[in-house]
Design a protein around this ligand. Sequence first.
Ligand SMILES: NC(=O)c1ccc[n+]([C@@H]2O[C@H](COP(=O)([O-])OP(=O)(O)OC[C@H]3O[C@@H](n4cnc5c(N)ncnc54)[C@H](O)[C@@H]3O)[C@@H](O)[C@H]2O)c1
Length: 433
Amino acid sequence: MKISIFGMGYVGVVTAACLARDGHQVVGVDISPDKVALINRGESPIIEPGLGDLLKEAVQSGNIRATVDAETAVVTTEISLISVGTPPIAQGEPDLSYVIDVCKDIALSVKQKGTSHVVMLRSTVPPGTLEYCQNLMEQVAGKDLISTAFNPEFLRESSAIKDHDCPPYTIIGTESSVAEQAVRQLYDKVKAPVLVVKPKVAEMVKYVANTWHATKVSFANEIGRISKAFGVDGREVMNVIVQDEKLNISPVYMRPGFAYGGSCLPKDLGSLLYYARRNNVFAPLLNAVPVTNDLQINLAVEQILSSQVKNIAIFGLAFKSNTDDLRESPAVSLVKRLLGEGFQVKIYDPAVYKSHLMGTNLNYIQQNIPHFQNLLVATPKEALEGVDLAVTTHNTSEIRQAIEQASHKIKILDLVGVFIEKPKHREYESLAW
Ligand SMILES: NC(=O)c1ccc[n+]([C@@H]2O[C@H](COP(=O)([O-])OP(=O)(O)OC[C@H]3O[C@@H](n4cnc5c(N)ncnc54)[C@H](O)[C@@H]3O)[C@@H](O)[C@H]2O)c1
């Protein structure tokens, strides 16, 4: 393919060299004449293992040239990649002006060219930027000439060529089949699964990936500090933790939904935080975990308060389905708050209904909702009778079917993703997705 790449920085120059090696014809565009001159001499403008050799070969083979002339670059190519910087301005806000300037340059040049062109945004940008750029370029070049995709870059400096060649996946954020095909063709030598998603999802994925990496580093460091205070080697601990690929390093617990609860998670985190405090170990990340967990319950209460209903059916009281364990269940906290706000509440939870609660479990619920037995009903149908709002805290097909089949008009607040698709003919709200 004939490709122009805007921005010959850490991302752009590695991408240019790899694509040229794979047989594509690449024009690198940068506003820095010094960078352009270096690349045209086959010299790398950055230090990156293997890049010097790759660039030299690409220049010698004639597969790469660099220029400051945006128009010629666009007119002589079929696809433009944008990898200019998006540095922070103030309070973390990214400066999108370099991306916007390049989009204007490309659109003006496509208008000159008069034939269709694909624009692939690779700079890290907030969700909605591709849509904004598409509209902007359409205003300049007219409709139908430009197709766009967001394709995040996952390379890491110092292993950039390896990461380019073997990424975890290729993400194509687009609504355009033309752009999708162009991106697929561009990377046909890259061995990685391809995921096609909405542009905003792809833009968010890049932010989340880096936020997750930062969180993991800080999590491991806080665990290291607390472990050390116990006289334990945190590296040994984390070495064992990462070997559990069923629960620890896995998709489990990694979906937005309701708060965590139960007899173990709040207790054991609380205990670890107690010992951290006692040993003067500052662990702000872990200390924030119960705070953000409570916020999830508050958010559910606020959504219910604003829904202007009086009678509510709660589907699930235990901390998860198929258990009668009510200790530290977020659903118990939710019901307690709703009763305090004066709502009429019915609860459907078959495991709790059938159970003979005793011991700490019984004590816990009696302390929080002494008359809970009066609120429990035997069937989902009974729970739904006469109520205006169904709130799901458990995710079961029985609950989904019962709510779908309810004969009267009922609102739904889904806290756990019972409904994958928004149900038709129902007022539906989800909590945090
Ligand atoms: N560096 C990384 O490891 C990495 C990895 C993944 C994603 N990203 C993202 O990729 C983007 C680029 O990062 P980078 O580190 O390569 O940036 P960089 O600052 O190294 O390079 C940006 C280049 O764009 C050029 N430029 C600016 N305006 C231009 C214009 N109008 N026309 C042509 N060129 C122009 C600059 O001169 C510079 O050479 C950022 O959004 C970054 O967040 C970076």
